[in-house]
Write a protein that binds this ligand. Structure first.
Ligand SMILES: [Zn+2]
Length: 85
């Protein structure tokens, strides 16, 4: 799981189940595991401090790479406990 934090104020945004080792550019809503707090204004996803961190694209959030930090671990799609959708 990756914990995403706002780059401006360091508040936690959400916890995300990242599959694969690539860079985090999209957050699929179904794989958001826990929400700590964020605000939506129109299609914009903002931290509670007002920093825009992503854009709502329907089934996923397009992330703004300089606006957040991620810590934790990504998992490989080959892992045994992979859930089939
Ligand atoms: Zn913030």
């Amino acid at each position: 799981m990756l914990i995403l934090k706002c780059a401006a104020c360091k508040k936690k945004l959400w916890r995300y189940d990242k599959i694969g080792q690539g860079e985090l550019v999209r957050c699929h809503k179904v794989r958001i595991d826990k929400v700590y707090g964020f605000e939506e204004s129109g299609s914009k996803i903002c931290c509670r401090c007002g920093r825009e961190v992503g854009i709502d694209k329907g089934s996923y959030y397009q992330m703004i790479s300089k606006s957040f930090t991620a810590s934790g671990s990504k998992r490989n799609s080959a892992e045994k406990n992979k859930r089939h959708r």
